[in-house]
Design a protein around this ligand. Structure first.
Ligand code: AMP
Length: 195
């Protein structure tokens, strides 16, 4: 389905919350690109670029790249022509600093977010899904390491969860129950993000 009014969505959720899967479904449904910050960084790692070399060290530790670095990577991507009709950001912003940078970037262009979709999932379920991802050759990723799972969740709670309040204040936050099947979660998102 193609749409006329640009849709600009941000997906926020812990590692393993299903943002990536849902982002791809929304991409298909609305015909706008799904931009996953982690995927963009993993491509840089695979390519062996300078950014990729810097990113790998940080990603392997389960930590976050500096706001200034990831922000410039994402903004450059959003300025490409395929983003004119909208986009789905997955894994960015991940800190209040990144959220503010995105606000400034949008304001400069006179653009607004459509909604920020918050994926809610208990820690026990997150760990179960991350462990499941490790044993699947389809979904396993180079930076998946059980030793850093808990650290990534802790950093998510500490650094990323505060952006919920930031977007709640702007009346953009839509909370989604991320438990259940892919179809169930997808239906909840479509119902919540009526355009
Ligand atoms: P993800 O695939 O979204 O889980 O991201 C994988 C890794 O990439 C994260 O653990 C971080 O090291 C890095 N990363 C992805 N997005 C960001 C971001 N917005 N800010 C800082 N680091 C990021």
């Amino acid at each position: 389905m193609k749409q006329e009014v640009p849709i600009r969505l941000v997906l926020v959720g812990s590692p393993g919350s299903g943002k990536g899967t849902q982002g791809k479904l929304i991409e298909k449904k609305y015909g706008i690109p799904h931009l996953a910050a982690g995927d963009i960084l993993r491509q840089e790692v695979a390519r062996g670029s300078e950014l990729g070399r810097q990113a790998k060290v940080v990603m392997d530790r389960g930590e976050l790249l500096a706001d200034a670095i990831i922000t410039s990577v994402i903004e450059a991507r959003l300025e490409e022509s395929d983003c004119r009709r909208g986009w789905i950001l997955d894994g960015f912003p991940r800190t209040i600093g990144q959220a503010k940078a995105l606000e400034r970037w949008l304001a400069q262009r006179g653009e607004n977010l459509t909604a920020v979709v918050a994926f809610e999932l208990p820690d026990a379920e997150i760990l179960k899904r991350l462990m499941g991802r490790l044993t699947s050759s389809v979904t396993k990723r180079v930076d998946d390491d059980p030793a850093v799972h808990q650290k990534r969740i802790d950093i998510y709670r500490r650094e990323t969860a505060p952006i919920f309040g930031f977007y709640e204040g702007k009346k953009l936050l839509v909370k989604i129950d991320a438990t259940g099947t892919v179809d169930e979660v997808s239906r909840r998102i479509v119902a919540a993000v009526k355009t």
